[in-house]
Design a binder for this molecule. Structure first.
Ligand SMILES: *[C@@H]1O[C@H](CO)[C@@H](O)[C@H](O)[C@H]1NC(C)=O
Ligand SMILES: *[C@@H]1O[C@H](CO)[C@@H](O)[C@H](O)[C@H]1NC(C)=O
Ligand SMILES: *[C@@H]1O[C@H](CO)[C@@H](O)[C@H](O)[C@H]1NC(C)=O
Length: 258
């Protein structure tokens, strides 16, 4: 009798756990559905690439067959990557992406994404390893919060209209292996990376980047150094003058003695 009760308790426990797990799974799936709906709603899609994103039947695995969507598992609505490349999509950075809570890669390259990179980007896509926003029309500054996306190993922001300085905090992204901000309107010193090195190729065609693999920055300390150099030049001129005067005096005195 006692053991029957125990068996019953274990069965109940198992059932409760199971229903809790399936609820939390389906809750996660609901979030991923909400994520894709929101992305679709926030982007103009003149070429109808996202017409396959049909939310009438969102049975498990249905999202995984949407154009540009990869799932962790082909029969589970848990999204791994979103890759919407060169589709003519137009709009601001889709904030709804934050609902894709298992997302590791976002590639929106070669579209017409405009406006700023959100300054809370780490709250939106904090677990991303790949972020490719290259070849769009993004403007404004690169937010320093991007340095809080600590899993990033690929960050491509090239061919946009980004201005201002590159936040030095990006240099602390220890997993970064691919990084490009070429062809923007950036200026000032490039980040000092602690765990990787990037060549000048990462920075080409900007307004005025400097430091690192690029020519040294002409900052205030450089000006101070130039001022010292200037003093040194004056010293050399003074010494040379002194020498000339000295030689003249020597011959003058010698001529007088003779
Ligand atoms: C939804 O799609 C699945 C297969 O993708 C199918 O088995 C199921 O019957 C569909 N449900 C509805 C309500 O159409
Ligand atoms: C991020 O910032 C935008 C405004 O730029 C705001 O609408 C959104 O709710 C914020 N998201 C989070 C997750 O903080
Ligand atoms: C990273 O996040 C922390 C906590 O949310 C915040 O205090 C800090 O300013 C962020 N760092 C950057 C570089 O934005």
């Amino acid at each position: 009798m006692v053991s029957d009760c125990r068996a019953l308790y274990s069965l109940v426990a198992v059932l409760i756990t199971w229903s809790f797990l399936t609820k939390s799974f389906s809750h996660a799936a609901q979030r991923d559905i909400k994520c894709l709906k929101s992305i679709k709603n926030s982007l103009e899609d003149p070429n109808n690439y996202l017409s396959t994103w049909n939310f009438a039947n969102t049975s498990e695995g249905s999202l995984c067959r949407f154009t540009g969507v990869d799932c962790w598992h082909p029969d589970e609505n848990k999204i791994l990557n979103i890759r919407l490349v060169d589709m003519g999509l137009r709009g601001e950075f889709p904030l709804g992406v934050s609902s894709c809570s298992s997302l590791t890669g976002l590639d929106l390259s070669s579209n017409n994404i405009y406006g700023n990179i959100p300054n809370n980007i780490s709250k939106l896509i904090g677990f991303l390893t790949i972020l490719d926003l290259s070849n769009n029309k993004l403007s404004g500054e690169i937010p320093e919060d991007i340095a809080n996306c600590t899993y990033l190993n690929t960050l491509k922001l090239d061919n946009n209209r980004l201005t201002g300085q590159i936040p030095y905090q990006i240099g602390h992204l220890s997993r970064l292996r691919t990084f490009s901000v070429t062809s923007n309107q950036l200026s000032g010193p490039v980040p000092r990376f602690t765990d990787s090195t990037f060549t000048a190729d990462s920075y080409e065609n900007n307004r005025g980047l400097c430091g690192g693999p690029l020519p040294r920055c002409r900052d205030h300390s450089k000006k101070a150094a130039l001022a010292i150099d200037g003093d040194a030049d004056a010293g050399i001129i003074a010494a040379a003058l002194g020498y000339v005067v000295g030689v003249f005096l020597f011959f003058w005195v010698r001529a007088r003695i003779n």
